[in-house]
Ligand binder design. Structure first.
Ligand SMILES: Cc1ncc(C[n+]2csc(CCOP(=O)(O)OP(=O)(O)O)c2C)c(N)n1
Ligand SMILES: [Mg+2]
Length: 572
């Protein structure tokens, strides 16, 4: 028997039954085994000796036939953005493995984004060896104090024997509402060392019951409302409440606005989806019930009503956990807990009301506004303008999207247009950077989407500025055979910054990029394909070629820098 086979046999869990001893393995094998027990099948990484045991644990797992996929990228931010996106799409925490020091610090923005978006994510970092700590070994840096403010948990597993429990804790904490990133680093000497420790069995999911009395009071507020609106956000999807939410919407007949990963919970085209009448809905409602998203700048900090002489609206906040309930908004009601139970509970509370509300005049008013918006949008979606108006790209793209498409936004104005024109028909098919708004997430998210949804269209919308932050990871798409359609809205500028600076100062600096850069040729040089389009009538055919390409393909559309997204808030 070869040494390697002996090793494998010695660590097979079957031994546990016969010998009664837990399996012996090095730290990496233990960590991979625990991650696999939590449903992880892919680790995202960029090589570094400090984390080699994780790779060996993936290649030579403790149990035969459980090897983990290693998806190696070109920048650690992409590894973490990919793990974050996989966590968002699959609702199982994603796993990124970063080498000590610069590997970890390169991942910090993406970890922070996961914190802001409530994305389940586990980051395992290498760490300089404990037996040389303080002596100045390569990349010696104490990561947890740096990571603590942007994670739910940041700790060091000081001994190899601690690893299974520490990795299990990292996954449990990341996956528990309100979800978010956790970080664990492992001293190199301990990572390579062996221990005989059991693999903890993942604990079953705990569902927090909401307060029935609070929901009863909210049911009364809702029954009394004449112009209510429901807002569904990311946590509705993250908490698995999308079916309960749609059931409630249809039973109650309440108009809905969606944001983040709440998009698609009420499918595009649904008569109660009034996102296109957002201004009127949020500005003239008398009750706003916000579920699964913070009352932040995206929702006017939780102040609704007050438009066109309407009084200020009452606000109800429903969250997945106590800490997520707004502390700054003036709330007429709130509740927290498992969001399916929350929404089902609210439906039951409404059904118990004696007064059966009739909101048909209100929903008709909003539906008419939606119809007007659709008509107004059509002019831009079919624009023949030269240079191309960015909206025309969506006029061509949207009809080509299948119901199960995954659409990813990474950019400024170009992605804001997407938010306006792309209304997903299913939940879990829309990825944007969330309230942290970090450019550069795109390639990582595209890698994750291709893995999570192998047979769906994956479309990455890139501003030309954003493209520069992650385009080298097209190399990763090519090496791992992950075809993705990329569409670059190339206005040769940091458009979302250029226009506000013009508005504030009457001039702009640091906002222009090189004109008409051939990002398609960059993709071609890396082994993908692409083309540049300047004529609006040629966009559609270029998109068809991209969908048929069977390899990463970038359609580089030269757009009008003087067609900014019409926004009335800058998020500040
Ligand atoms: C990492 C990071 N750096 C800077 C910003 C500030 N920022 C927000 S949007 C934007 C412009 C994006 O330009 P581009 O991707 O070309 O999209 P456009 O607005 O031109 O459509 C910038 C620089 C940010 N959000 N994230
Ligand atoms: Mg741009």
């Amino acid at each position: 028997m070869s040494e390697a086979t002996q090793e494998l046999d010695a660590t097979h869990p079957d031994d546990e039954g016969s010998e009664g001893a837990p399996p012996e393995a090095h730290g990496g094998a233990h960590a991979v085994e625990v991650a696999a027990a939590h449903g992880v099948d892919t680790m995202f990484t960029l090589s570094g000796a400090h984390v080699f045991p994780m790779y060996d644990g993936a290649v030579n797992p403790m149990r035969e036939g459980t090897s983990m996929r290693i998806l190696d990228v070109r920048h650690e931010q992409t590894a973490v953005f990919a793990a974050e996106a996989l966590g968002k799409l699959t609702r199982v925490p994603g796993l990124a493995v970063l080498t000590a020091g610069p590997g970890v610090t390169n991942g910090v923005s993406a970890i922070t984004q996961a914190r802001f978006s409530g994305s389940p994510l586990v980051v395992v970092g290498g760490r300089a060896p404990a037996n040389r700590w303080g002596m100045g070994s390569l990349q010696e840096f104490d990561h947890p104090p740096l990571l603590a403010p942007v994670t739910k948990l940041a700790r060091t597993a000081h001994q190899v024997a601690d690893l299974p429990e520490a990795v299990d804790e990292a996954f449990r904490v990341a996956a528990a509402p309100h979800r978010g990133p956790t970080f664990l680093d492992v001293p190199m000497d301990q990572f390579f060392d062996k221990a005989s420790v059991p693999t903890p069995a993942p604990a079953p999911r705990q569902r927090v019951e909401p307060d029935a009395e609070a929901l009863g009071e909210i049911g009364t507020l809702l029954a009394e409302a004449r112009r209510p609106v429901l807002v569904l956000g990311t946590d509705v999807w993250a908490d698995g409440a999308e079916e309960a939410a749609l059931r409630f919407v249809e039973a109650a007949g309440i108009p809905v606005i969606t944001n983040g990963m709440g998009r698609g919970v009420v499918p595009g085209g649904h008569p109660l989806l009034v996102t296109k009448a957002r201004g009127r809905a949020l500005g003239t409602c008398d009750l706003a019930i916000v579920v699964g998203t913070p009352l932040d700048f995206r929702l006017g900090y939780g102040v609704f009503g007050g438009k066109d002489g309407a009084p200020t609206a009452k606000v109800v906040h429903l969250a997945d956990s106590e800490g997520q309930v707004s502390g700054h908004a003036d709330l007429a009601g709130s509740a927290f807990g498992d969001l399916s139970l929350v929404v089902d509970g609210l439906q039951a509370a409404l059904e118990q009301q004696l007064r059966k509300p009739d909101w048909s005049a209100w929903t008709d008013e909003l539906r008419a506004e939606v119809a007007t918006a659709v008509e107004r949008d059509n002019a831009l979606l079919t624009s023949e303008a030269d240079p191309v108006h960015p909206a025309r790209i969506y006029g061509e793209l949207v009809p080509r999207l299948a119901d199960d498409a995954v659409v990813i936004g990474d950019g400024g104005d170009f992605v804001s247009f997407a938010g306006k024109y792309v209304e997903p028909r299913r939940p879990g098919g829309w990825l944007d950077p969330g309230p942290y708004g970090c450019l550069g997430a795109g390639l990582g998210a595209a890698i994750a989407a291709r893995i999570a949804r192998p047979s769906s269209q994956v479309v990455l919308l890139l501003g030309d500025g954003a493209a520069g932050m992650s385009l080298m990871d097209v190399d990763t798409l090519v090496r791992h055979d992950l075809p993705v359609v990329m569409v670059c809205g190339n206005n040769s500028a940091w458009g979302l910054e250029k226009q506000p600076m013009q508005m504030l100062y009457g001039y702009d600096v640091a906002a222009d990029l090189a004109p008409q850069t051939r990002y398609d040729e960059v993709v071609g040089a890396l082994g993908g394909g692409g083309e540049t389009v300047t004529d609006p009538t040629r966009i559609g055919a270029a998109l068809d070629r991209a969908f048929d390409a069977g390899k990463p393909y970038l359609v580089n559309v030269i757009t009008d820098v003087n067609a900014p997204y019409p926004r009335n808030t800058f998020g500040i």
